[in-house]
Design a protein around this ligand. Structure first.
Ligand code: TRP
Length: 335
C-alpha cells in the first residue's frame, strides 16, 4: 500500500523493439489499470539490460523510445510513475542488501538464467546470475501488492516473495509480499512463423513478429505471410495454432469474444481472415504510432516527465531503502 492505494510495479527492458505480443500481453493491460485505484510504477529496466552486452548509444535511444511508447500506448505520466531504473539508485542499493539474503542454490534453479547463459555462453557474468535479485529490489522498493508479468517472469516473482518473506521473518514487516497480477489478455500471442512459440522481440525471423512501430504495409505483408495450416477451415482449436493465434490477436485488439470472431469469419477463407486481422492491428497501432512520433519531437515535455517521475520514484524507493538499511544495521545518516 502507498498513499492509501494498492501499489503496482512492472517494467520492461529496453532491449529490442517492442512487439505486438509485448503490447497486447503487457502494455495494453497496464493501460487498462486505473491509476485512481492503484499507485502504478512502470520502469524502463536499463540496469537489467546491461546483463548482456549493449551498444551504449543504442541502449540510450531504445530506453527513450520505450518511455515514449509507454506514454503513446496510453499511460498518463501525470498519473503513473514512469521512470528509468538507472535514475533511482535505490534499486542497486537494495539489490546489494537482498543479495546477502539470497542463496546460490536458489539462483541456480532460475530457468531464465539457464536459458540466457546458454545463449550468451561467452559472457556469463554475475549480473546475469543475480538478475532476479535486482528484480526483487525493483518490486519491493515500491511495496508493490501486484506485479503484472507474463508467464516467463513467474519464477522471478516467486523468488521475490521468498526473499521478502525471509527478510521480514528476521526483521519484521519491512516489505509487502507481492502477488502476480493476471491481466485479461495474458501473453498468449504467438509467432506468426511458428505459432507454437511465443512472439518474441529477439526472434531472428523478421516475419515472425509485428513490431509496434512497423509501417502499415509491413504489418499487412507479415500477416499475409503468417503460417496457418492446409485444411482451410476457420476454427478455434489447439490443433490449429496458426488460426487460433490470428483469432486471439483479433480478439485482443478489437475486444470481441472468440464466438463473435468465429461468427464474423465463419465460411470465409484464410486470406480474408489474415487481411481483416491485419487491418484491425493497423487501426489499433496507427494512432499509437502518431502519438509516438509527436512525443519524440516534444523533447522538453519528455525531459520534464523523466525528471519529475524519477524524483517521485526516488521518494518512495528511498523510504523503503532506508528502512531496510536500518534493519540490517547500517549507521544512521547524520543531517
Ligand atoms: N525481467 C523483466 C522482463 O524481462 C523486466 C523486469 C525487471 C521487471 N524488473 C521487473 C518486470 C520488475 C516486473 C517487475 O520482462
Amino acid at each position: 500500500m502507498l498513499d492509501g492505494k494498492k501499489s503496482l510495479f512492472s517494467g520492461m527492458q529496453a532491449t529490442g523493439t517492442l512487439t505486438l505480443g509485448n503490447y497486447l500481453g503487457a502494455l495494453k493491460n497496464w493501460v487498462s489499470l486505473d491509476p485512481e485505484e492503484y499507485k502504478c510504477f512502470y520502469g524502463i529496466m536499463d540496469l537489467h539490460s546491461i546483463t548482456v552486452r549493449q551498444d551504449p548509444a543504442e541502449l540510450r535511444r531504445r530506453a527513450r523510445d520505450l518511455l515514449c511508447l509507454y506514454i503513446a500506448a496510453g499511460l498518463d505520466p501525470e498519473k503513473n510513475c514512469i521512470f528509468y531504473q538507472s535514475h533511482v539508485s535505490a534499486h542497486a542499493e537494495l539489490a546489494w542488501i537482498l543479495n546477502c539474503f539470497t542463496y546460490m542454490g536458489e539462483m541456480n534453479r532460475m530457468t531464465q538464467f539457464k536459458d540466457k547463459a546458454a545463449r550468451h555462453a561467452d559472457n556469463i557474468n554475475t549480473g546475469l546470475f543475480t538478475y532476479p535479485v535486482l528484480m526483487a529490489a525493483d518490486i519491493l522498493l515500491y511495496q508493490a501488492d501486484f506485479v503484472p508479468v507474463g508467464e516467463d517472469q513467474k519464477q522471478h516473482l516467486e523468488i521475490t516473495r521468498d526473499i521478502a518473506m525471509r527478510f521480514n521473518s528476521i526483521y519484521g514487516d519491512v516489505f509487502t509480499i507481492p502477488e502476480v497480477y493476471r491481466g485479461k489478455l495474458g501473453d498468449r500471442i504467438k509467432s506468426l512463423q511458428d505459432p507454437t512459440k511465443k512472439m518474441s522481440k529477439s526472434d531472428e525471423n523478421p516475419n515472425a513478429s509485428i513490431l509496434l512501430l512497423d509501417e502499415p504495409e509491413v504489418i499487412m505483408r507479415k500477416f499475409r505471410k503468417a503460417v496457418t495450416d492446409s485444411d482451410g477451415e476457420i476454427a478455434y482449436s489447439e490443433s490449429k495454432p496458426g488460426i487460433k493465434n490470428l483469432l486471439d490477436i483479433y480478439c485482443a485488439v478489437t475486444g470481441c469474444s472468440v464466438e463473435e470472431a468465429l461468427n464474423e469469419f465463419g465460411g470465409l477463407g484464410y486470406g480474408t481472415l489474415k487481411s481483416r486481422v491485419a487491418e484491425a492491428v493497423v487501426a489499433e497501432l496507427e494512432p499509437l504510432q502518431q502519438r509516438f512520433r509527436d512525443l519524440c519531437k516534444n523533447k522538453d515535455y519528455i525531459n520534464t516527465v523523466i525528471k519529475n517521475n524519477a524524483e517521485q520514484a526516488s521518494y518512495y524507493a528511498t523510504k523503503t531503502l532506508r528502512k531496510a538499511q536500518k534493519k540490517v544495521g547500517f549507521p544512521e545518516r547524520i543531517r
